[in-house]
Design a protein around this ligand. Structure first.
Ligand code: FAD
Length: 363
């Protein structure tokens, strides 16, 4: 019997488990390792923060999916992998051996370049910890306006800033939000739309303004200013889990697992890696949930083919991806290859797509 371990319950593994419920694998001992029973869907997280969704609306019960797929679910954090020995190290000391492993572990906001950002900021990921921090901020006494800085004005930072601003306003709380970015993240019409949406939500955009240091008690230091906030939310960049570099798997310069076009490690073909934690060696693409979802479909098939020892499918990433950016209220911006539109109808469209996607995992 082959031992297959799925490490992390991200978008792609949720999809694999869903597929396995309908078409089980035979003669395989399947184990999912996840620190949390439920996976939070990133596309709906800003909507959760804004108050449009309840937490159950935006989560996938990966532990339940694993049980229905006949897999064992270990609630644990992976802290290391020895690719040469085919062994996974779990927090607490336990180890797992495998014949095939698949990594869908996501990424973390990049706090390596800015001193203090790893200790003095609330990182947007893992979402579970971010939500704890956000709920603690909401529970603070209302005496004074809540002042928040967000660092990283990509889609995630902009959406989160507007979601927070909207939530505070709908709770009747005074807020003061500043979004820092070291460089413009959007161009053309999309940039104009995002800027206008930030203004409507009363989010102050500091761009280009590189944060050079964070100090205790919410002090944000740039080359030209020192400003104090109640809290700093870090959304900038995507960094790999640090132990991937010492796993023996080939990684790219940043430390993400390098995979071939069948989503297998280029150095250890019995290891698959998908979503944010992987970089496609021959066709690198942005790290976003859109690609992680696409990987799930290929992974489900290739895992089955690898076990059956038949040729694997080649994955070719889509060249363009639709961006849907929610803007606090039930309003969103859509962008496809430089063509953009916005409105309440875009939000309803995004909401329908997101709800439809997450419904597939209800069991
Ligand atoms: C605020 C925000 C909003 C975003 N909105 C969008 C959006 O609208 N559209 C979009 O395409 N992208 C969005 N992104 C980007 C998106 O979050 C990622 O690209 C996407 O989540 C990657 O999916 P994944 O399955 O690879 O990883 P993840 O979704 O991060 O899942 C990884 C899983 O691995 C688990 N895990 C992590 N470490 C370990 C460990 N050591 N051991 C075991 N398990 C572990 C985690 O618990 C998690 O369940 C957003 C990001 C942020 C921060």
């Amino acid at each position: 019997m082959k031992r297959v371990v799925l490490l992390g319950g991200g978008h792609a593994h949720a999809y694999v488990l869903r597929m396995l419920i309908d078409t089980p694998l035979h003669d395989v001992r399947l184990t999912l390792v996840t620190p949390y029973d439920r996976h939070t869907y990133s596309g709906m997280l800003p909507g959760l923060v804004a108050g449009h969704y309840a937490v159950e609306d935006v989560q996938i019960d990966v532990a339940g999916l694993a049980a229905s797929a006949g897999a064992e679910c270990l609630r644990a954090e992976v802290v290391g992998l020895d690719a040469a020995q085919r062994r996974v190290q779990l927090a607490g000391g336990a180890a797992l051996e495998y014949d095939f492993a698949s990594l869908n572990l996501g990424s973390l906001p990049n706090t390596t370049a800015v001193p203090g950002s790893d200790v003095h900021a609330l990182a947007a990921k893992p979402f579970e910890r971010f939500l704890e921090g956000w709920n603690a901020l909401l529970a603070r006494p209302r005496a004074a306006p809540l002042t928040l800085a967000l660092v990283g004005a990509g889609a995630a930072g902009a959406e989160l800033a507007m979601a927070i601003a909207y939530r505070l306003e709908s709770l009747g709380r005074e807020g003061n939000l500043t979004l820092y970015s070291d460089r413009p993240m959007f161009t053309g019409a999309l940039a104009r739309r995002v800027r206008a949406a930030l203004v409507r939500n009363r989010v102050r955009l500091r761009e280009p303004e590189a944060v050079t240091r964070l100090e205790p008690d919410g002090l944000v230091v740039t080359r030209s200013s020192r400003e104090r906030y109640d809290a700093v939310v870090w959304t900038a960049g995507a960094a790999p889990l640090p132990w991937l570099r010492s796993s023996g798997l080939d990684t790219d310069a940043a430390g993400f697992v390098l995979v071939d076009n069948m989503l297998r490690s280029v150095s250890h073909p019995e290891v698959f890696a998908v979503g944010d934690c992987a970089t496609l060696r021959d066709a690198p693409h942005p790290k976003s949930g859109v690609y992680a979802v696409r990987h799930g479909d290929f992974l489900a098939r290739n895992l089955r083919y690898a076990l059956a020892r038949v040729p694997l499918h080649r994955y070719r990433p889509q060249r363009l991806a639709l961006a849907l950016i929610s803007c606090g209220a039930r309003w969103a911006i859509a962008d496809w290859a430089g063509l953009s539109a916005e409105g309440a109808w875009v939000w309803r469209w995004k909401d329908r797509l997101d709800r439809h996607w997450i419904r597939r995992f209800r069991i």
